[in-house]
Design a protein around this ligand. Structure first.
Ligand SMILES: Cc1cc2nc3c(=O)[nH]c(=O)nc-3n(C[C@H](O)[C@H](O)[C@H](O)COP(=O)(O)OP(=O)(O)OC[C@H]3O[C@@H](n4cnc5c(N)ncnc54)[C@H](O)[C@@H]3O)c2cc1C
Length: 386
């Protein structure tokens, strides 16, 4: 209700916001959740029916403790929701042994004692016949990894939030967020709401909300936020032999080929095989992004498929544009805005955030309620761009 006071208002109810709302509501906070659309939807960063979750983390070993907790939380949410959210398929990271990302995977498994095995290229093909790496490649295989279904995860978090009393209003677009020491005031097209804290989880809309332009909703005078939105395309191909592209015959793969990275998700239902390029997309913004998929988009990925996963080189079944929000160091942005303690930003996941959203929900609930958390958050500080 406009005019009511809440403990926390969550702005944006995609991957991050839905998890934050669920964790705060579960801890008996009075929560209002607002989204400009009805989630889950296909305009942001969280659609496409699969998101990879793995612990052998090439990005940085500091993420591994968060991943241990994330797996537990996803399993709890799955049990609570009675729906299939997490599918264990195994994940293999493939590339030259001296590639920085393969070295990064090995750093994480060594530092954290993760169960894995390392295979030569011919052993990868012998075990997973759909995959044809370069002869010099190695594969680091993690059996206890897999995929989450993002739309179902978001819906499950929102159901939990509602069950614990959160008010969820969609569609309702937030136009301004102001804090005055006593509280935070969040204005939408329908009214103004007040709370102790606002948590802004606006995904690819965040750069515009923090800008000085027309879409600006939060004032951060004198600050330039180095956040860039990147266009990505997800493709689903019809396999020539369905038996070869289903787990356990095919795991999720991430393949580092020279300067590029491609990943694939095995066929889990009638969807076909999902194969995409990771990064390499045009810089854009959420309003003007080209949501049509071109033949050039397809050719980029299909030329990879033809050479390295030829059994998936069938009819294009579906293609969807999605958005990354990147920071310069590829770490997320989680924490209070400098000088605005009551406004927390939870966003800019740089193309690898979905798997963490459950643990980010817990982490942000800690920060809002206790001002600290047992998880590593320093690397995500909004102040690090100063
Ligand atoms: C193609 C692709 C593949 C990916 N693969 C993986 C993967 O395999 N594993 C992984 O872990 N991660 C992956 N990611 C990254 C992950 O999906 C994202 O990091 C995550 O979904 C981002 O969630 P979010 O909550 O920040 O944004 P979103 O889920 O987009 O949510 C933002 C929400 O804010 C709302 N909003 C915006 N402005 C306003 C406003 N003014 N008022 C109210 N509401 C507003 C929007 O409507 C939206 O619902 C991938 C991303 C893409 C695009």
């Amino acid at each position: 209700m406009a005019g009511s006071t809440y403990d926390a208002i969550v702005v944006g109810l995609g991957a991050m916001g839905s998890a934050v709302a669920a964790h705060l509501a579960r801890r008996r906070q009075r929560v209002l959740g607002l989204d400009r659309y009805v989630v889950p939807h296909e305009l942001g960063s969280s659609h496409g029916r699969s998101r990879v979750i793995r612990k052998a983390y090439f990005e940085d070993p500091r993420y591994v403790p968060l991943l241990h907790r994330a797996f537990d939380l996803w399993r709890d949410l799955q049990a609570e929701s009675g729906e299939s959210l997490l599918t264990i398929t195994g994940v293999v990271n493939i590339g030259p042994p001296d590639h920085a990302c393969i070295r990064g995977v090995l750093d994480s498994v060594t530092e954290h004692g993760l169960v894995h095995d390392v295979r030569a290229a011919d052993e990868i093909t012998a075990r997973f016949p759909a995959l044809r790496p370069e002869p010099g490649d190695v594969g680091v295989f993690e059996a206890e990894a897999g995929v989450l279904c993002p739309e179902r995860c978001i819906a499950a978090h929102l159901r939990t939030a509602r069950r614990f009393g959160a008010e969820i209003l969609m569609p309702q677009r937030v136009t301004s967020i102001r804090s005055d020491g006593a509280g935070v005031h969040v204005a939408t097209e329908c009214g103004t709401y007040s709370a102790g804290h606002a948590i802004v989880a606006a995904g690819p809309w965040l750069p515009a909300m923090l800008s000085e332009g027309e879409a600006a909703a939060i004032r951060t005078p004198g600050r330039a936020w180095p956040l860039l939105v990147e266009r990505q395309v997800q493709f689903w191909f019809e396999p020539q032999n369905a038996l070869l592209v289903q787990p356990p015959g095919m795991p999720v793969f991430i393949h580092f080929v020279e300067e590029r990275a491609y990943y694939g998700v095995p066929m889990l239902n009638s969807d076909g095989v999902k194969i995409c390029r990771h990064h390499g997309g045009a810089t854009t913004d959420v309003e003007s992004v080209d949501r049509a998929v071109s033949t050039a988009d397809e050719e980029d990925v299909r030329s990879y498929v033809r050479r390295y996963v030829p059994v998936a080189d069938g009819r294009l079944l579906e293609a969807k544009v999605c958005l990354y929000t990147n920071t310069p160091d590829a770490h997320f942005v989680i924490g209070s805005l400098p000088g605005q303690e009551q406004v927390l930003v939870v966003s800019a996941c740089s193309g690898h955030g979905f798997k963490f959203s459950a643990v980010v929900g817990e982490m942000v609930a800690d920060l809002v309620m206790d001002g600290r958390t047992r998880f590593e958050v320093g690397m995500f500080s909004p102040g690090r761009f100063d």
